[in-house]
Ligand binder design. Structure first.
Ligand SMILES: [Zn+2]
Length: 208
């Protein structure tokens, strides 16, 4: 089961990917997580990615694909995977399809206004535990429930950065979505519904 999950930041695709990963026993591979881990560890890749991400730009295709390829060759991907954050454009899709064939591309759509509201309320601790000021608040304001570290807003979660990213997202992913639609592999999902309903919609279409 080789799956892709496509959607703008704030559409809840990370949450859905994690649930699909549990249900089908396939790894959730998030390029965002991989980059954040590298930034935290201050690796060469991490330093490079940090500058690019903080400017609201995307990491170059060849760098991202190199990382993904290595990850997809690991043992736990034998029965499939769910890729989150890659491909983001048609060039990346061509790279991927030349390497492994995708079974379904799940496209979760959300209006920009909704996406901005969701992301701007996001708070995280240094260990990557994520909250939302209204949708998923911590028990004690400003403090992580799990590790008791202070919560903060990531630079790439600030509204001006999100707006830039959404604009780039729409420009780049439109041809990507058309590409998978033409192949009959797209699964269109309305992301502006409760998490549980979004999940049910995805599973229904996957198992159809
Ligand atoms: Zn924490």
């Amino acid at each position: 089961m080789n799956l892709l999950i496509i959607g703008p930041q704030g559409c809840g695709k990370g949450t859905q990917a994690k649930r699909l990963s549990l249900k089908y026993g396939i790894p959730h591979i998030s390029t965002g997580d991989i980059f954040r881990e590298n930034i935290k560890q201050k690796t060469e890749l991490g330093k490079l990615a940090e500058d690019i991400i903080n400017q609201g730009k995307l990491v170059p295709d060849d760098i991202t694909f190199g990382i993904i390829k290595k990850r997809l060759l690991e043992d736990d991907c034998k029965n499939g995977y769910i890729l989150d954050g890659f491909p983001r454009n048609i060039e990346q899709a061509d790279m991927l399809e030349g390497f492994l064939e995708t079974e379904f591309a799940i496209n979760i759509s959300t209006k920009d206004k909704e996406a901005i509201n969701r992301i701007a309320g996001r708070r995280t601790c240094i260990n990557g535990h994520v909250y939302h000021v209204t949708l998923n608040p911590p028990k004690k304001m400003g403090v992580c429930d799990v590790c008791q570290k202070p919560l903060f807003q990531r630079d790439d979660d600030k509204p001006e950065t999100i707006r830039k990213r959404l604009k780039v997202y729409h420009e780049k992913t439109k041809p990507l979505i058309e590409h998978y639609t033409n192949l009959g592999k797209i699964i269109d999902i309305n992301g502006e519904q409760p998490i549980e309903k979004v999940f049910k919609d995805i599973v229904k279409k996957l198992e159809r």
